[in-house]
Design a protein around this ligand. Sequence first.
Ligand SMILES: [Zn+2]
Ligand SMILES: [Zn+2]
Length: 274
Amino acid sequence: MSQCPKCNGSRIVGGSFGPAHKPPVFRPAGLRSFSVTQDAGIKFVSAAASACLDCGLVWAELPIAKLSEFIRKHCRDDSQVQGEECLKCHRDRVACGKIVPDHRSTWLPAVFDPSGRQAFTFTLGGTRFTREVTACLECGFVSTFTSPAKLWQFIRNYCDRTPENAVAFEGVEPPSAWKEMWIGGIGVALIPMGYGVYCLYTRHAYFPGSRILDVRGWEAVVIGITYLALGAILHFQYFWGRHPGLYSRSSRLKQVAFLIFMAGMAYTSIRRFF
Ligand SMILES: [Zn+2]
Ligand SMILES: [Zn+2]
């Protein structure tokens, strides 16, 4: 959909309710108290969602067959909201409920995460919903609202420009990548690298307090190299990957580091288990 179904605006950004491999569920209000269900809601087919930068509408779609079945089986008859109309099909069988994320603790609110969020943003995710979520029992259209002003700001502060969020950057520069480069590419990368150097230097690899891994000699050297490769992957990904002059070579070097890392992991697990 390239037009907002509420205000007809065309400044739409793509995003999600969480990581692509973990779609959330929609949990209708008015569940019968003794109804036992396995996932307590209807799972979205994908985590993808859209949002309008003008009115703040956030929307996605549920598989309609599963939604009707769930409502019929588990919800009280009065779970539909009166006087509310679906923005997409304009019929009036609409139920309200919640979006329950699958990937984070339930005490954290569900959010809309715009596409392109940088890895080191120090936020708990995108913008919160400002209204309860409604789902159309005729077509599966699910919608809620977020603050459009906060969404603009979030994208401009924390996201790389992507085709899905490009409208939010009209007239402004995308944020600089210093956090990704220096925190991810240097700070975080130094942790496995430091440990790798330690293993090589002392020829001893162990996890404190664990008996699973406590090796010396040649095997510790391999583990040290594996850790160095892991640090190198992070470094090439975040520092080289965002440096204007080093960018072109970053992915090939990352592949080399990845191969070394995999070889080290394979060797170590073979030695552990056989
Ligand atoms: Zn709109
Ligand atoms: Zn509808």
